[in-house]
Ligand binder design. Structure first.
Ligand code: NAP
Length: 305
């Protein structure tokens, strides 16, 4: 067996699990397809993670979590996982032609931005359509942009984008935001943010770059065209659990079902963080899941004898 524990995903859940497991002398490998940090690296300010009174940037917190886990001996390898296989004596993690073996697996691969699934969206990704204000905001200096969505992400992104854009219009499908009150108040106070209620994006158009968006008022059915330079989509996240179908029990939205010990339906396979069916998806709850999962995985490994 190559490893005691393989963690799939290097967001706050995976990194915290890596810290706890390595510190407990569990031989642990973390596989991450991009760079460690997960969604934290797409976030500018994190102001609700305990112990950071003046807030911190997502990349800073991600870097510190990674550094701390490595200090205790966590090995991190950059690899995308294609499948998991369960055998009588251990578990296999398949990455292309490579196979890693472990006594236990923790799935902490998070979720990815939900797409609008409208004509033009795929075509203009990177040419005016973005899912990450922190990554792409600076390309839209003095431009007119829209943010689609009404949750915490959409409002945080809209606020952040006012640093660059001339005007930020928030397009929301209802007439009330889902975002927390404190973010709503900040957005309503900001003169560079305008709200377009009860509206959805029907189509994205342009030539080389995005130039126009077609909006539909969901109450009246009226279609309007709006000239626009950029579209930031922030309509929630979907878990990437297709590679687990048929093996791990998922809910109807594709999230992994666990008990409070982070155990899935397969003994020795655990899940933590945003990929799990849970009521609150935050950095702090991901970290908490990761800690619990690492301790439970460690107990599982010890009981194998
Ligand atoms: P979310 O809370 O699921 O909100 C998604 C938003 O997009 C909702 O307003 C939803 O409308 C809208 N929406 C969904 N599908 C749509 C579609 N197909 N077309 C148009 N609009 C659509 O997602 P999120 O804002 O990314 O937040 C995800 C989680 O992270 C939440 O738990 C959130 O609290 C957390 N988060 C926290 C912070 C923070 O604490 N500072 C920051 C970011 C995210 P409806 O409202 O009508 O459903």
């Amino acid at each position: 067996m190559d490893w005691d524990l393989i963690i799939i995903g290097g967001g706050p859940a995976g990194l915290t699990a890596g810290l706890y497991a390595s510190r407990a002398k569990v031989k642990t490998l973390l596989l991450e397809k991009l760079m460690p940090g997960g969604q934290m690296t797409n976030t500018t300010e994190i102001e609700n993670y305990p112990g950071t009174p003046k807030g911190t940037t997502g990349t800073e917190l991600a870097f510190r979590m990674e550094e701390q886990a490595k200090e205790f001996g966590l090995t991190i390898v950059s690899k995308e996982v294609d499948a998991i296989k369960v055998q009588e004596r251990g578990k296999l993690v398949l990455c292309g032609n490579e196979v890693y073996t472990a006594k236990s697996i923790l799935i902490a691969s998070g979720a990815e931005p939900r797409k609008l699934q409208v004509p033009g969206e795929e075509e203009y990704i990177g040419r005016g359509v973005s899912y990450c204000a922190t990554c792409d905001g600076a390309f839209f200096s003095d431009k007119d942009i829209i943010v689609v969505g009404g949750g915490d992400t959409a409002i945080e992104e809209a606020l952040f984008l006012t640093r660059y854009a001339r005007k930020v219009k928030v397009i929301h499908r209802r007439d009330k935001l889902r975002a927390t009150q404190i973010l709503q108040e900040r957005a309503f106070k900001n003169k560079n943010i305008e709200f377009i209620w009860d509206s959805v994006v029907k189509e994205i158009k342009g030539t080389a770059l995005v130039e126009e968006v077609i909006l539909e008022n969901v109450k009246t059915g009226e279609l309007t065209s709006m000239p626009i330079d950029g579209i930031f989509v922030a309509v929630g996240y979907v878990p990437d659990t297709k590679f687990l179908e048929g093996l791990i029990t998922l809910d109807s939205n594709g999230y992994i079902i666990t008990n409070e010990n982070m155990e899935t339906n397969i003994p020795g396979i655990f899940a933590a963080g945003d990929i799990r069916k849970k009521p609150l998806r935050q950095v702090v709850t991901a970290a908490s899941d990761g800690a619990i999962a690492a301790v439970m995985a460690s107990n599982y490994i010890e009981n194998l004898g």
